[in-house]
Design a binder for this molecule. Structure first.
Ligand SMILES: *Cc1c(COP(=O)(O)O)cnc(C)c1O
Length: 307
């Protein structure tokens, strides 16, 4: 393991148990891809997927500052929200087990309570996470403080319960992703990242190179959300970022034949498994943008491999 620099969380990682430590900075790997080389561009992969085996990618960067806060406050439990296939719920469950913190996952879809757990939720449960299924309409109240307080009470949770939003994206998580941008500064001219809740983008952009966010959900709501997260974390807008809304391919966990063909071809060219829900869409976006002449010749184009 690389020693942690003071750059990350101002040295606050010192108190982190060995099992939760990560190798920082994550590798930045050049990839020889003729579609980029032909235009005088260099493609670089920022391998955040290698940060931690149980909390891969941006989930480590977003969760650790929340875990440190929970420890500082002496909290006994952590409650958070997610869908049936949420990477964030899995990472939270694993972190709770490693840290000895009770975790509760509020899962969207009360019909799931009557079915056998899918593989992702089974892993959450195996790590000791208590799962609480709610209807889709109740799930929409997840950000309301009064709803959250009532929920903690109904579930009998201790007063020292840290509530973390869906996807883990709060001000602490945004601060945790600032180091990602710092690691890329001077090493890349532009960076692309796939976005769910936008927390990673909000932090990455603050001190990093200009960022292109690639939303994996349809709906065009993310710009306002990133602005809100930056205001919550920094008091106002930070850095240079924009969104490319053309690559959601129908929405969350949706795929198109063109995206699937692109991802398979990328895997064959570079011998690297491409995660389909997020990373494939970011790679597809930058490869399309390169072909469209969106980047100046000589640019180093980084893509964050978030999972
Ligand atoms: C959660 C996740 C994202 C999205 O991060 P946000 O901060 O919610 O935008 C991207 N890629 C992977 C692999 C993820 O698990």
């Amino acid at each position: 393991m690389t020693p942690l620099s003071d750059d990350h969380f101002g040295g606050a990682l010192d108190g982190l148990p060995e099992a939760l430590r990560a190798a920082l900075p994550s590798p930045l790997t050049p990839v020889a891809d003729e579609r980029f080389a032909a235009r005088g561009l260099e493609l670089l992969l920022k391998r955040d997927d290698l940060l931690h085996p149980a909390l891969p990618g941006n989930k480590w960067r977003k969760l650790v500052p929340n875990l440190l806060a929970a420890r500082r406050r002496g909290d006994e439990a952590l409650l958070t929200f997610g869908g049936a296939y949420s990477n964030h719920l899995r990472a939270t469950a694993a972190a709770g087990r490693l840290l000895g913190l009770a975790t509760v996952g509020v899962v969207r879809g009360d019909e799931l309570a009557r079915r056998p757990l899918n593989a992702s939720l089974a892993r959450c449960a195996a790590a000791g996470m208590r799962l609480h299924f709610v209807s889709r309409s109740e799930y929409r109240e997840r950000a309301d403080p009064a709803y959250r307080a009532g929920l903690c009470e109904r579930l009998g949770l201790p007063p020292g319960t840290l509530v973390v939003p869906e996807g883990g994206s709060n001000d602490r998580a945004v601060h945790g992703c600032v180091a990602l941008g710092r690691e890329l500064r001077g090493a890349a001219d532009v960076v692309a990242v796939a976005c769910g809740t936008g927390g990673t983008l909000a932090g990455l952009a603050a001190e990093g190179p200009p960022v292109i966010g690639v939303p994996v959900l349809a709906g065009g709501f993310l710009g306002a959300e990133v602005t809100r997260l930056q205001r919550e974390a920094f008091g106002g807008p930070r850095g240079t970022w924009r969104l490319e809304e053309r690559f959601h391919c129908g929405g969350y966990a949706r795929n198109t034949p063109a995206l699937e063909a692109f991802a398979r071809d990328f895997e064959a060219r570079h011998g690297l498994a491409v995660e389909r829900v997020y990373v494939a869409k970011a790679l597809y976006a930058v490869t399309t943008l390169a072909a469209e002449g969106a980047f100046a010749a000589g640019s180093r184009v980084a893509v964050v491999v978030t999972g």
